[in-house]
Design a protein around this ligand. Structure first.
Ligand code: GLY
Ligand code: MN
Ligand code: MN
Length: 441
């Protein structure tokens, strides 16, 4: 058994216990997606599948059969094949699955239609990731139908189809010591990349050149990929929330908003920094930036066990709305403006999301219609912003086209929180000093 299998084994044990005797759970790997003739998109394993198995191959299906005498953990996977090994590298094969991945019983994926229906027989509940892999959902229906066809022989098919999401995602929401270690590593590499971006940014450089510097940093530090397509948005592009064209020239006097993070060993980081392209914030940029930063500090302060999910968002909205009134961008009584969501033309997204194996990670935000309480081991982003659209004719011209977001990754600890991405400069002085030092070097 591979060393890192210990943690996977612990997770499987917990999951199998929750699924319970008499029931069954089935999960499929990600599929290879074809890009065009003979070329595939890079393979990324399904996070739920990997979380339970550590098995990083396509064409695989996990079956958990709690209480099964011959073993509770069954894997269908590709057989070892010399030709495949030569062209794309060796797969674990059935032997490797048992030896390295602690599988109790491994079967060829090509035999799944014959074997899986037998495993479904007389099980009450079938847990699977309903609605996320539609072809696989259909296959499960077909296999269950096959079992139903044997009802006159006294065989029962699962009567209840239940999403595995709730059980699994509650587990994934609370990160283990080892997971936090991986997330810190992802954060560290991304922090380094954001610093490099600040040091290399100059007027007349193109967004894609800064994007390339960051990608180089990610990959040369051992990250496997970006956790999501990087946003490198100069000037007005910073007001487009999911801008990924990254093909404009950076103009003297504008801000650059970069939302980029790497994936390290299947764990995401997610950082946004906004800074002046020429190294010095203008008056309006400084005012809006400091306001977003104050909102971010206020939100981060709310990250502690016992506070609820929405406390950081509420804190951010309060600071932002007050500031918008102070600068004349909103007019009126602050509590009324908050109640009427008057800030929404300038702050239209929420203050964060869960972070983990997926950048917008799994886990419920509400329980019984109430915001859930924060608990140690949860990781979330805190990312307030302000976006004054270029066509916002209702505000003074001097504010238009400024987009600012500041985003950090925050771990809930027993005593409060730890900002995993602390190392990326965000104080105005620190940014200006770093950029100035790079200019004169
Ligand atoms: N990078 C995606 C997000 O910040 O949510
Ligand atoms: Mn982000
Ligand atoms: Mn984010």
């Amino acid at each position: 058994m591979l060393k890192e299998q210990k943690e996977f084994a612990r997770r499987r044990k917990q999951f199998i216990r929750m699924v319970g005797n008499g029931n069954i759970a089935v999960l499929a790997s990600s599929s290879i997606m074809q890009r065009n003739s003979d070329v595939d998109f890079p393979f990324r394993q399904n996070s739920d599948f990997f979380y339970l198995s550590g098995f990083d191959e396509p064409e695989a299906v996990i079956v958990f059969v709690p209480g099964r005498e011959q073993g509770e953990y069954v894997l269908f996977c590709r057989e070892f094949d010399e030709k495949t090994a030569l062209w794309v590298g060796a797969s674990a094969g059935l032997e490797g699955a048992v030896k390295d991945y602690a599988v109790d019983d491994a079967f060829p994926i090509d035999d799944i239609d014959d074997i899986l229906p037998g495993l479904l027989e007389d099980k009450s509940r079938l847990y699977f990731p309903m609605g996320t892999q539609l072809e696989f959902d259909q296959q499960l229906m077909d296999w269950s139908q096959k079992v139903r066809g044997r009802s006159r022989a006294g065989v029962c098919a699962p009567a209840e189809f239940i999403s595995s999401d709730h059980l699994l995602h509650e587990m994934r929401l609370i990160k283990s010591v080892n997971e936090i270690k991986q997330m810190k590593k992802a954060a560290k590499i991304s922090v380094k990349a954001h610093k490099i971006a600040m040091q290399r940014t100059r007027p007349n450089v193109f967004e894609y050149q800064i994007d390339a510097e960051m990608k180089h940093c990610f990959m040369s530090n051992g990250a496997q990929s970006e956790a999501y397509p990087s946003i490198v948005a100069g000037g007005e592009n910073g007001c487009i929330l999911h801008y990924t064209d990254n093909n404009s020239k950076l103009n003297d006097g504008d801000l650059l908003l970069i939302d980029a993070g790497c994936e390290w060993q299947k764990y995401a980081s997610d950082i946004t920094r906004t800074f002046p392209i020429n190294g010095v914030f203008s008056g309006e940029q400084r005012a809006l930036y400091q306001l977003v930063l104050d909102a971010q500090y206020a939100a981060i302060k709310q990250v502690k066990p016992g506070n609820h999910w929405n406390d950081p968002h509420e804190a951010a909205v309060k600071v932002l709305t007050k500031g918008l009134v102070k600068f004349g961008l909103l007019k009126g009584h602050v509590p009324t403006l908050i109640k009427n969501e008057a800030y929404k033309p300038y702050y239209m997204h929420r203050t964060g999301h869960w972070l983990g194996m997926d950048v917008h990670d799994v886990g419920d935000y509400k329980i019984n219609k109430q915001w859930r309480l924060l608990e140690p081991g949860m990781v979330l982003t805190i990312e307030p912003g302000l976006y004054i659209q270029p066509n916002a004719t209702e505000v003074d011209k001097k504010w238009r086209g400024i987009g600012v977001r500041i985003e950090d990754d925050v771990l809930v600890t027993k005593k409060g929180h730890e900002v995993l991405t602390q190392g990326a400069p965000k104080e105005i002085n620190d940014i200006e000093e770093l950029m100035e030092a790079a200019r004169v070097a």
